[in-house]
Design a protein around this ligand. Structure first.
Ligand code: ZN
Length: 866
């Protein structure tokens, strides 16, 4: 035996195995089975090629890798691919800063990151790798765009859009955070009116919402976030006719459409409020109000959407001077504009019902508008503080619950939903309104005014309008900044026309990449339906929760559209979703200046101080980031301890969904654990124990200690198998079980029957293989195991080994526990009763008398009732 095998030196060993696996083609995707349930698709959200792998990536990919490896051992045909989400602004900005081509910058980053990923020992099928910026990929993104265009789901419109002044491009609503900032640049987003391309995701709003209930393998939190983002409201659309007093007499009679979720409060409307951008504002503004209205409009235009909606901000508005008519009472109602009504939500107009809406109530008080109570609590006890006799006096607050209608003519006395329905029926009969469902979800703005993205394959012709680029001319290549916009022939009429210059949102590229992996080298189609069907939906998707309403919603939308067009036969892309927690590490912050201090400059880590001011620093755990000086470079850890230790630490330290706090001592602890496994196997080698099939010994299994050891071995199989199946994957407790098994084998090593040690080691290495794949394969080979440990079958617990020979029965006498009985596990009730009656305890507590009753609960207790 070579002496070098006696020391665990992970770095060399890991390189060796990575090379060997590659030579063996161990991670190549097998031909899928016709039986979908025999195939398993494990997928990590693909990275943006920034050039550097961070710990968040490591956690994400290691989790997916363990899942893929376990499924392979369980006999599934596994697809576990990787690629690059390569278009986007960081590459373009970096390229501008450094004066290089973004393609070159991206390619170089991919090269670096691929090597870093390979160092983790991930069982990825690199034959299916692609990058979304390659023409062989974006050609199909364009092809899919044309599918949407053909389905009338891609359209251009002039709209008030989010403009990022730093990145100089528009953004989708999903890409603006709740502070009104760009998700990428952090700039406060401005509103601009521009002609843009949209995807009609709103056509699928109902579907995207209702199908959330079918996603049982998704975290509840993500489903809730999507449901809230889609934001369904059920109510009515009501028309209010304009009163033409100060309008041009021959202008058409116009209406204002209002959406409300409370049609039951229609009799309580005392005014209407429009968004300052509403198209009818000019028509409704009286000459006297013109100046005030236009000043108010400019003020609002300079305010962010978030500020306009902020709860703590006083609402302000201006009366237009124009009036509308209440559709039932024919009463004249004033029309206002206010900052809190947005042009793109609902109809851009709301009815003011101050008695039954908090915001309307404070608005009415502020501007002295009338308040009419039309709903009272249905429960008379709850009505105590609003006595029915006083209902016509002004209330002191809005009553916003459903209740009984009053002051509402023939609807008086009706309650809640019944009242809503009755008023909607009336509106429909009289023609002034209808039932209506609205969604918070807006259409997806997909055009970007940047170079480094997938070009939109459209030609604009003065005669024919927007014409798709013929499919045989795809891909439309990127148009370099500064290039003259190419004049091209219109594919329809052959007149000179111009190419669309906008590119697509990069979220377009990532909305279908999981389909491309199923057929990554297809030159004629993005994927065949056959290949997609063999693997889709993704069995296990792993990624960050920050994509809950961006990528995860868009991908669902794409899949539904493609399903409707017969291109795939699944309706949802991701069956199970695991959103891993963040990787955090210690930060040191000055609580007064909020400045972060590098750990190199804090002095005593137990009593850190600001080197400039001497102030005490606070110690926090936060997501790793350069600006907080708490990032840990994965390659440093891997070079010191090996990838197996890094993997084990990340899996053990916290449950996968929870945030993980980096701790060097725990990394060290995992390294020592792997060393203990190494030593155990070296001891086995010295003892001549081999895993080769030809030397398999018959397990005699005689002594109690041997039986205990076998119970520990098979108990570990059972526990780890449970941890790694179902919806709740428990990698951390699985690692604990591995530690317990290693301890059991080590402590019993000298006394135990070698055949049991042999059995235990084989099982330990198979169970370890998904977690520490290099070490497991090395030890498997050293101990003479056949082929690779990764080509073995997942062990199955031997139920006879798990059985206990004896069990402990509780003995109760006169309702109290008086002792225990150690009995054979397969004892029958009459024998148990006999033993209980013969016990010392029975003699002592029953005074020699027979009990009047004996209750036996098999396997648990005997109760002697005197
Ligand atoms: Zn034309």
């Amino acid at each position: 035996m070579q002496s070098s095998t006696n020391r665990y030196s992970p770095v060399d060993l890991e390189f060796k195995w990575q090379k060997r696996w590659e030579q063996l083609g161990l991670h190549r995707t097998p031909e899928p089975s016709q039986n979908r349930s025999e195939n398993f698709y494990a997928l990590s959200m693909f990275p943006y090629p920034s050039g550097n792998l961070h710990m968040g990536h490591v956690r994400n990919y290691v989790i997916t890798d363990v899942i893929a490896r376990v499924q392979r051992l369980k006999g599934k045909r596994v697809l576990h691919p990787m690629g690059w989400d390569a278009f986007g602004l960081p590459a373009e900005n970096a390229a501008i800063e450094r004066g290089v081509d973004p393609a070159q910058w991206t390619e170089q980053n991919i090269g670096q990151m691929r090597e870093q990923l390979k160092r983790l020992g991930l069982s990825i099928d690199w034959d299916r790798e692609f990058s979304t910026c390659e023409p062989t990929y974006y050609r199909w993104t364009q092809w899919l765009f044309l599918q949407f265009f053909d389905a009338k789901l891609a359209y251009q419109k002039e709209a008030n859009v989010n403009w990022d002044p730093i990145d100089k491009t528009v953004l989708a609503n999903e890409q603006v955070n709740n502070e009104g900032r760009s998700w990428r640049s952090g700039a406060i987003v401005e509103k601009r009116k521009l002609k843009q391309w949209f995807f009609k995701i709103t056509d699928y709003a109902e579907n995207l919402l209702s199908d959330l209930t079918s996603l049982e393998g998704w975290p509840e939190r993500v489903r809730t976030m999507q449901a809230n983002w889609i934001g369904k409201s059920v109510g009515a659309e009501i028309d209010f006719d304009l009163i033409d007093s100060n309008l041009n007499t021959d202008s058409l009679r116009s209406k204002i459409k209002v959406f409300t979720t409370r049609p039951d409060t229609l009799y309580g409307v005392s005014y209407l409020v429009l968004a300052p951008e509403h198209p009818l504002v000019d028509q409704l503004t009286s000459i006297e109000q013109k100046k005030q209205v236009s000043e108010f409009q400019s003020m609002v235009a300079a305010t962010s959407e978030q500020d306009r909606l902020a709860d703590d901000r006083p609402k302000s508005g201006v009366a237009l001077g124009g009036m509308v008519q209440h559709p039932i009472t024919k009463e004249a109602l004033p029309v206002w504009i206010a900052d809190y009504v947005l042009p793109d939500y609902g109809t851009g107009a709301v009815m003011g019902v101050p008695a039954h809406d908090e915001r309307d109530f404070s608005f009415a008080l502020k501007y002295n508008l009338s308040i009419k109570t039309v709903v009272v609590p249905a429960n008379p006890i709850a009505a105590d503080d609003q006595p029915v006799t006083n209902i016509n006096s002004e209330p002191s607050s809005a009553y916003t619950e459903l209740g009984l209608l009053i002051n509402s003519a023939e609807f008086n006395g009706m309650a809640g939903e019944e009242a809503k329905k009755a008023i909607i029926d009336k509106a429909e009969q009289a023609g002034f309104g209808k039932a209506k469902v609205t969604f918070r979800l807006r259409d997806w703005l997909i055009s970007r005014q940047r170079y480094w993205g997938c070009p939109i394959p459209i030609i604009h012709c003065d005669e024919c309008g927007a014409v798709p680029v013929p499919i045989d001319q795809l891909p439309v290549k990127l148009c370099k900044p500064g290039d003259n916009i190419e004049k091209v022939e219109c594919p329809k009429c052959a007149r000179l026309a111009s190419r669309e210059t906008d590119t697509m949102d990069t979220f377009m590229c990532s909305s279908w990449y999981f389909l491309r992996y199923t057929d990554a080298t297809n030159k004629n189609l993005p994927f065949t339906k056959e290949n997609a069907s063999a693997w889709m939906p993704v069995d296990q998707y792993v990624g960050g929760v920050e994509h809950a309403i961006l990528h995860l919603l868009y991908s669902r939308f794409f899949t539904k559209v493609l399903s409707n067009r017969g291109l795939v036969n699944c309706d949802e892309p991701f069956k199970q979703l695991l959103t891993q927690g963040m990787v955090q590490a210690t930060t040191y912050r000055n609580p007064n200046s909020q400045k972060y201090i590098s750990p190199a400059n804090i002095g005593d880590p137990l009593d850190p101080t600001d080197p400039d001011t001497g102030e005490k620093l606070e110690i926090l755990y936060e997501k790793m980031s350069k600006s907080k000086y708490n990032g840990i470079d994965p390659s440093v850890v891997i070079n010191k301890y090996g990838a197996d230790t890094a993997r084990m630490f990340i899996l053990f330290k916290a449950p996968a969904e929870k945030d993980l706090e980096w701790d060097d001592a725990d990394v060290e602890g995992q390294f020592r654990f792997l060393q203990r496994i190494w030593r155990l196997c070296q001891n086995a080698l010295e003892k001549g124990i081999s895993l080769s099939n030809t030397t398999k010994n018959e397990i005699r299994n005689t002594s109690n200690a041997d039986k205990e050891l076998r119970r520990a071995i098979h108990g570990a199989i059972q526990a780890i198998s449970e941890d790694l199946s179902g919806e709740e994957l428990q990698f951390n407790t699985a690692v604990s079980e591995l530690m317990k098994l290693n301890n059991a084998l080590s402590t019993n090593f000298d006394q135990a029957d070698p055949s049991i040690i042999q059995e235990g080691l084989a099982i330990l290495l198979k169970l370890l293989a998904p977690f520490a794949p290099h070490l497991a394969d090395e030890l498997w080979l050293q101990l003479g195991g056949e082929r690779s440990v990764h080509q073995q079958c997942w062990p199955i617990a031997d139920s006879s080994a798990l059985e206990r020979d004896t069990i402990t029965i509780v003995l109760q006498i006169k309702g109290k526990v008086r002792g225990n009985l150690e009995v054979a596990a397969d004892i029958d009730s009459s024998k148990l009763e006999e033993l209980a009656l013969a016990s010392e305890e029975a003699k002592k507590w029953l005074d020699g008398k027979n009990p009047s009753r004996v209750i036996v609960v098999p396997g648990k207790l005997v109760n002697l009732v005197p």
